[in-house]
Write a protein that binds this ligand. Structure first.
Ligand SMILES: [Fe+2]
Length: 170
């Protein structure tokens, strides 16, 4: 049987799903989904989808995944296959099929310029839109090597300002 990943990437994904950023994003996504009326019975699927959102990166070559420089256009195209790879991996597991929306659609944008399906507006599953808001919020409010964390209110203002062209609307 051919596997789309190697042992090194399995270690990478294990490290990723246990890192602080991922766990924080999972908790915030579930909290926002609950606040927005997603039924309690669905929140387990939301949690699993958020936790596994980047599992498709297991199928991306290490040379791209760990490249310290800006990706070339060709490399970006390969990187942008990770939601589809996630779908391929997770759709084989019956109890995860209800959690596929976030891994498969977390890079779609409200204006249709996202990937991989170029979905727009409410065609993007609600759980994936909720996750995208939280992912941006957490990124902005976290320290990065090249900038300090934004204050929470500044991050919220930015998300509201961007709501016309991202997954953050509604
Ligand atoms: Fe991703």
């Amino acid at each position: 049987m051919t596997r789309p990943w190697k042992a090194g990437r399995r270690c990478w994904i294990c490290a990723t799903i246990t890192e602080e950023h991922t766990l924080r994003v999972v908790d915030l996504t579930v909290a926002l989904a609950s606040r927005m009326g997603v039924p309690d019975a669905e929140l387990g699927h939301v949690r699993r989808g958020a936790l596994l959102h980047d599992i498709g990166k297991m199928a991306i070559p290490d040379a791209i995944l760990q490249k310290p420089d800006v990706l070339t256009e060709a490399e970006k195209k390969i990187m942008q296959t990770h939601p589809g790879k996630a779908y391929q991996i997770l759709a084989r597991i019956d109890y995860l099929t209800a959690a596929l929306d976030i891994p498969n659609c977390h890079h779609e944008k409200w204006d249709g310029t996202g990937y991989p399906h170029k979905l727009a507006g409410e065609a993007i599953p609600l759980n994936a839109r909720i996750f995208a808001v939280i992912d941006v919020y957490d990124a902005l409010t976290s320290n990065r090597p090249y900038r300090s964390a934004w204050p929470k209110q500044e991050a919220l203002d930015y998300i509201r300002a961007q709501s016309a062209n991202t997954s953050t609307r509604r």
